[in-house]
Design a protein around this ligand. Structure first.
Ligand SMILES: [Zn+2]
Length: 419
C-alpha cells in the first residue's frame, strides 16, 4: 500500500476513534432547564442589568465579526494565492534561503501579519471593555499583555514549525504519520505545561489565605473525593473586574484557580458554589476529556491536511509543488483557518455540555440551588453577560449554558430535590 493509502486508512481510524471518544466522554444528556423556568429567571433579573448586558454585547459584536472576517480574508489571500509563499521566501532571503529560516521566520511572519492586521479590532474591543468599566487596564498594560502573548506564541510557534519541517525533511513520504503523532503529543504536553509555564506569565498565583473559606473549600473537595491540595488565587483584578474560577492542568499540575475579583465580589457561599462547579470538572476529568478529544482531532487534522494538500488545483493556486514545503505554510494556515470555522460551533457545543454537567455537580454537591442561582445572577451582573443571548450567537460560540439556562437548571433541581 502507498503512503497515501495508509493515510486514508489512518484518517478513517482516527475519525472512528474521535466519534467513539466523543460518544463516550461527552455528557450528551443534559439536566433539565425548562424554557418556562428560563423566562421566569429572565424576568427576575433587574431590567437595567439585562439592558446593560445586551448593550455591551451589541457594542462588542462589530469588532468581533470584523476581526473574524479580516483574519479569514488574510488567511485566504495569503494561502490561496502565491503571495503567502513570496512572503515566506522573503523572510528566508537574508539567510541564503535556508529552510530553517524559511520555516521559522517565514512561518512566524505569516502568523504575525494576520495578527497585526486584526490588531485594530482587538484595540476596538478593548475600548468597549473600558467604556463599560469591565477592563481595569490602561493601554500600557494592555500592550504589555499583547507583547507577552505574541512572545509566548512565537516561542511555541517556532518550536512547532522547526519540528514539523524537520520531520518533513527526514521522512518526505511519511511526515504525516509522524506529524499526527507529534500533534497529538503536543496537545497532551500543552495541557500539562501551559498552566505551569504560561499562566504565570500573565498572572500571579498565590495560595488562598488560611481561614474559614479555605478550610470550607478543602473540606468540600475532600467530601467530593477530588484530590485538590491547594486553591490558588489569581490577581485578575489587575486587568479586569470580571469574576471567574477555573480548573486546569492534569494530575500533579491540577489546580483550582479563583479570581481575586470573585473573592471580593461574591459571598463565601457563592465562592463555594463556584468552586463546587470547578470540582465537578476535576472529578469528571474534563481536562482529560478535552485533551483526548483535542489530541485525536489534531492528529486527524494533520492527516487530512496531507491528503487535501496533495490536490493539484490547490497547489497551483498557491504556486507551490507540495503542501509540505515551507513556502506552502500559508496554504496550510488557510486550510486550518477554514477547519477552525467548522470546529468553533462544535467545540462550543461540547463545552456547553461539559459545563452543564459541572453545574449539575455543583448543585448536587452543595445541595444549595438558592445560592447557585444567586451566584449566576451575580456572575452575569459583574461580567455584563447577556443572560439570554441571541440563538445564533449562542450556537456559534457560547462556551457555557446561558445565565437563564443555568438559573433554570437550579430551579428544576430545587423542584426535583423537593427543595
Ligand atoms: Zn466550568
Amino acid at each position: 500500500m502507498t503512503p497515501r493509502g495508509w493515510a486514508v486508512l489512518t484518517l478513517a481510524g482516527l475519525v472512528v476513534a474521535l466519534v467513539v471518544a466523543g460518544a463516550v466522554l461527552i455528557p450528551w444528556g443534559r439536566p433539565p432547564a425548562p424554557r418556562a423556568d428560563q423566562l421566569a429567571a429572565l424576568r427576575s433579573l433587574p431590567v437595567e442589568q439585562v439592558t446593560r448586558g445586551r448593550a455591551f454585547h451589541g457594542a462588542l459584536r462589530p469588532a468581533a465579526w470584523s476581526a473574524l472576517a479580516v483574519g479569514l480574508l488574510v488567511a485566504l489571500v495569503l494561502g490561496f494565492t502565491p503571495l503567502g509563499g513570496r512572503l515566506v521566501e522573503l523572510a528566508g532571503r537574508p539567510f541564503g534561503d535556508h529552510w530553517i529560516a524559511q520555516a521559522v521566520l517565514g512561518g512566524l511572519a505569516v502568523l504575525l501579519l494576520a495578527d497585526l492586521l486584526t490588531l485594530p479590532f482587538a484595540a476596538w474591543r478593548q475600548t468597549v471593555l473600558v467604556r463599560y468599566g469591565l477592563s481595569t487596564q490602561g493601554w500600557s498594560g494592555w500592550a504589555v499583555d499583547l507583547v507577552k502573548s505574541y512572545a509566548v506564541s512565537a516561542i511555541i510557534g517556532a518550536l512547532v514549525l522547526l519540528g514539523f519541517y524537520a520531520v518533513v525533511r527526514l521522512a518526505p513520504r511519511w511526515w504525516w504519520a509522524l506529524g499526527a503523532a507529534g500533534a497529538a503529543l503536543l496537545v497532551v504536553l500543552l495541557s500539562f505545561v501551559l498552566p505551569v509555564l504560561v499562566e504565570p506569565v500573565f498572572n500571579k498565583f498565590t495560595p488562598m489565605e488560611p481561614g474559614p473559606l479555605r478550610a470550607e473549600l478543602i473540606a468540600l473537595a475532600d467530601r467530593d473525593g477530588v484530590p485538590v491540595r491547594d486553591v490558588l488565587v489569581a490577581d485578575a483584578s489587575r486587568r479586569t473586574r470580571a469574576v471567574n474560577a477555573y480548573v486546569s492542568g492534569l494530575g500533579p499540575t491540577r489546580r483550582v484557580v479563583v479570581y481575586d475579583t470573585l473573592l471580593r465580589e461574591a459571598t463565601p457561599q457563592e465562592v463555594t458554589s463556584v468552586v463546587a462547579h470547578e470540582l465537578g470538572h476535576a472529578r469528571d476529568r474534563d481536562v482529560w476529556t478535552g485533551t483526548v478529544l483535542g489530541a485525536l482531532g489534531a492528529a486527524a487534522a494533520v492527516v487530512a491536511l496531507f491528503l487535501i494538500g496533495s490536490w493539484p488545483p490547490l497547489l497551483r493556486l498557491a504556486g507551490v509543488d507540495g503542501i509540505a514545503q515551507p513556502r506552502a505554510f500559508p496554504l496550510l494556515i488557510a486550510l486550518i483557518t477554514i477547519a477552525g470555522l467548522v470546529a468553533t460551533p462544535v467545540q462550543a457545543l461540547v463545552s456547553r455540555q461539559v459545563e452543564a454537567r459541572a453545574d449539575a455537580h455543583a448543585l448536587a454537591l452543595t445541595g444549595d440551588p438558592g445560592t447557585f442561582e444567586a451566584m449566576q445572577r451575580r456572575l452575569a451582573g459583574v461580567n455584563l453577560a447577556d443572560p439570554d443571548p441571541p440563538r445564533w450567537e449562542y450556537l456559534w460560540s457560547a462556551s457555557h449554558p446561558s445565565t437563564v439556562e443555568r438559573m433554570a437548571a437550579a430551579r428544576a433541581y430545587a423542584r426535583g430535590s423537593g427543595g
